[in-house]
Design a protein around this ligand. Structure first.
Ligand SMILES: [Zn+2]
Length: 109
C-alpha cells in the first residue's frame, strides 16, 4: 500500500489537551488559558509505500502537493520500484483514489 498524509511542521500547532500545574487556584497565566493557532500552519506532505511483509520505502517529504509527474518520479520510480524489486514473487500494488495516481502518466507507468 502507499499513502500520503499531511503533518504540521510545528507540533505546537496541533490542537489537543494540555496539562499544566498551578501552585494556587486561579493563579494561571493567560498564555496557558488561551492559545492561538495559525489558520493555515506550515505542513509537510509525507508519502511512503509499506508492504505487509515488512518492507517500506524511504519517505518522500514535500512542502507542496503531489501531481502525477511528482508522483511518478519521486514516489513510483525512486521509492516504490526498489521496494517491489526486493520481492521474488509478484506484488499487488493498490493505490488509493488520489487524483495524481490516475493521470495518464501515472497509469502508463
Ligand atoms: Zn512485501
Amino acid at each position: 500500500m502507499d499513502d500520503e498524509s499531511y503533518v504540521k511542521a510545528d507540533f505546537k500547532q496541533i490542537r489537543g489537551r494540555e496539562f499544566h500545574t498551578a501552585n494556587k487556584r486561579g493563579n494561571v497565566a493567560d498564555k496557558y488559558k488561551n492559545k492561538k493557532f495559525d489558520k493555515f500552519p506550515k505542513k509537510f506532505l509525507i508519502w511512503q509505500a509499506i508492504c505487509q511483509c515488512g518492507f517500506k520505502s524511504d519517505p518522500f517529504v514535500s512542502t507542496g502537493t503531489i501531481n502525477q509527474e511528482i508522483y511518478v518520479k519521486e514516489c513510483l520510480q525512486k521509492r516504490l520500484l526498489p521496494l517491489i524489486r526486493l520481492h521474488k514473487d509478484p506484488v499487488l500494488f493498490w493505490p488509493d483514489l488520489a487524483i495524481c495516481h490516475y493521470g495518464k502518466m501515472a497509469l502508463g507507468w
